[in-house]
Write a protein that binds this ligand. Structure first.
Ligand code: ZN
Ligand code: ZN
Length: 319
């Protein structure tokens, strides 16, 4: 499963309707946080996001994306004392240029030391974090600060294995099925050789989730979001306030939707909504849907699941 929980969806300062920015991404049981505005830890409790995460990714270090890390790390330290969570391996904080200096300061605020190891990793645009089943890519954004956007890109998966055909061919169920599924030709006791193409379909695309952070619409995002399953794009303003968006390095809802349309994404979620709009922000939604129908406006606590493109098609897995 791949699921996003929007912990804070407002711009600049918290309001009754929206906390400042943070997003939890849970993939196959692994939780990652993206940005950590003030009050993020309480939003995690409220919306049932696990504290058993190991990584926070910062898009930039404006205070509405940063200040929550100070309290969150203190709370994680307390939980460690009571043995409620094991942080023996510590936590890694990622961010663009300035990460080391700013996050080191943040860890020193409050006098008492953070009680588990915290590693700070400064990323450059174009860096890739390679993982077993997915990569995290960084891409350039434009926001009058040192910023990066993030894309989680799953590796291609094996093609579907056809168990009925395997039985027809008299291939004994067991390890041999797994070997064929992984692309090996196998020899049967009767001398036949079975090539994987006889039983396994073409490899299937993984999912692609793209997070813009605060930014003007730009080629960096357009490129990263090409055919993405989900684009989370900031939409601080309505298009009436285009000039203000340009001045402050933000996007309008219409601009974000036009970008989503141009990039051919499947779904768009707009977030980082200015406090000047109401909770449902109908004017932002209307102008965005005019350019791209598959748009929703994020609210605090909203959960979005990202299915595989061919979900529901059924089919066998042979290990
Ligand atoms: Zn912001
Ligand atoms: Zn910002």
């Amino acid at each position: 499963m791949l699921k996003l929980t929007f912990l804070g969806t407002g711009a600049a300062c918290p309001t009754i309707d929206r906390n400042v920015t943070s997003l939890a991404l849970v993939r196959e049981g692994e939780t990652m946080l993206f940005d950590c505005g003030e009050g993020t830890q309480r939003q995690m409790m409220r919306y049932g996001v696990s504290f058993a995460f190991r990584e926070i990714f910062f898009t930039h270090f404006h205070s509405d994306h940063l200040l929550g890390v100070i309290g969150l790390l203190r709370t994680l330290g307390l939980l460690n004392v009571f043995g409620e969570t094991n942080r023996a391996d510590g936590l890694t904080l990622y961010g663009p240029k300035g990460a080391r200096r700013i996050l080191t300061h943040a860890l020193e605020v409050g006098i008492e030391k953070v009680k588990f190891p915290v590693e700070i990793v400064e990323l450059k645009v174009g860096d890739t974090l390679k993982r077993k089943e997915y990569d995290i890519l960084t891409f350039p954004t434009e926001h009058r600060a040192d910023t990066i956007g993030y894309a989680l890109v799953e590796h291609r998966r094996l093609g579907r294995f056809n168990p009925d055909r395997a039985r027809e061919l008299g291939i004994p169920e067991g390890p041999m099925w797994g070997r064929i599924h992984k692309g090996e030709s196998v020899s049967l006791p009767d001398g036949r050789t079975i090539a994987p193409a006889e039983l396994v379909g073409t490899p299937r695309a993984g999912r692609r989730v793209v997070l813009s952070g605060d930014t003007r619409p730009c080629d960096g995002i357009r490129h990263a979001a090409l055919n993405a399953d989900l684009l989370v794009h900031e939409a601080t303003f309505s298009h009436e306030d285009l000039e203000r968006a340009k001045e402050t390095g933000h996007s309008t809802a219409r601009e974000a939707a036009e970008l989503a349309h141009a990039a051919g994404v499947k779904r768009l979620v707009l977030t980082h909504i200015s406090p000047r709009y109401s909770r449902e922000a109908p004017e932002l939604l209307a102008e965005a849907r005019g350019a791209f129908a598959e748009t929703v406006i994020a609210r605090d606590g909203m959960e979005i699941e990202v299915p595989f493109a061919e979900a529901g098609a059924g089919g066998g897995e042979a290990g």
